[in-house]
Design a protein. Structure first.
Length: 282
């Protein structure tokens, strides 16, 4: 079975129940949520999330609990050595996001590795390792943090698989770390998504395909290697439908949850049509 969904809203009054209802309206059997706005720290108590009501609906329709992916907010920057207070804040807020993810009974929390802010790549990687170890050493849940592959804009870390491998190798609890591939980001970082087999072999050799916990399926508005990070709708960008469909349907990735983050079209989400398009493009 292919597990395919999209980013969905998570807001009052129904929160998780509303997220599942929205996913079902798109013909999805997976989804990704933020526990609040990705650009701020405002969060409501978990008791308001309508978790039990959502679980009842999921049981009725056969929506697998493990197919809910949580994404950490963008403002967490574990690579920050320039502003120590913001690093400490990021560690604390990531700890709380891991706890919220556990309360939702979700197993995967996607995280952007961070930006070194011109302090240097190795300095940033050292700081990410420090932050992740602080979080995981003080957490007893089974939530896994999936570091996302990045496009390489600005001072982002994680646009090369080798950078993510360097982080993994120094984590005290490597069993709690996995990865989230983003097709637009990989393309913009310079990887060739037309060579699916070569790309997967590279990922396996450096990260391990068994550590791929989620894949963001997005086309790209820019040529390969542009390091821009501008998502395009499925089949409307420089990657193309054929290459994206190969990622969605590849046998070794069959059990990996795939999530669309494509732009709205005329102020409405395109997910129902794009999910249907990818499903029939085997």
């Amino acid at each position: 079975m292919i597990y395919l969904g999209s980013h969905v809203s998570f807001k009052a009054p129904h929160y998780l129940l509303g997220s599942i209802q929205e996913s079902l309206s798109y013909g999805a059997n997976a989804c990704m949520i933020y526990t609040g706005a990705p650009s701020n720290t405002k969060r409501v108590p978990v008791e308001r999330f309508q978790i039990e009501q959502a679980f009842d609906l999921m049981k009725q329709v056969g929506f697998d609990l493990q197919r809910i992916i949580v994404h950490a907010p963008y403002l967490i920057n574990l690579a920050n050595t320039v502003q120590p207070d913001l690093f400490d804040f990021g560690v604390r807020f990531l700890q709380s996001e891991v706890q919220r993810t556990a309360r939702l009974h979700a197993s995967t929390l996607v995280l952007h590795p961070g930006c070194h802010l011109k302090a240097g790549l190795q300095t940033g990687i050292d700081q990410i390792v420090k932050g992740l170890n602080q979080v995981l050493d003080n957490d007893s849940s089974s939530v896994r943090i999936a570091l996302e592959t990045m496009a390489g804009k600005g001072t982002e870390i994680g646009f090369e698989f080798s950078q993510l491998k360097m982080i993994l190798e120094r984590i005290h609890r490597p069993d709690r770390i996995g990865f989230c591939l983003d097709t637009c980001h990989m393309h913009d970082a310079g990887y060739d998504l037309q060579d699916t087999e070569g790309l997967l072999q590279m990922i396996d050799s450096q990260l391990g395909l068994d550590r791929i916990l989620a894949i963001h399926i997005n086309d790209s508005k820019n040529p390969q290697g542009s390091r821009k990070d501008r998502h395009a709708n499925i089949g409307k960008g420089c990657i193309g439908l054929e290459a994206l469909a190969r990622m969605v349907h590849h046998p070794v990735l069959q059990e990996v949850t795939k999530i669309l983050e494509t732009p709205y079209i005329e102020k409405r989400p395109p997910y129902k049509e794009e999910i249907a398009l990818l499903r029939k493009s085997a």
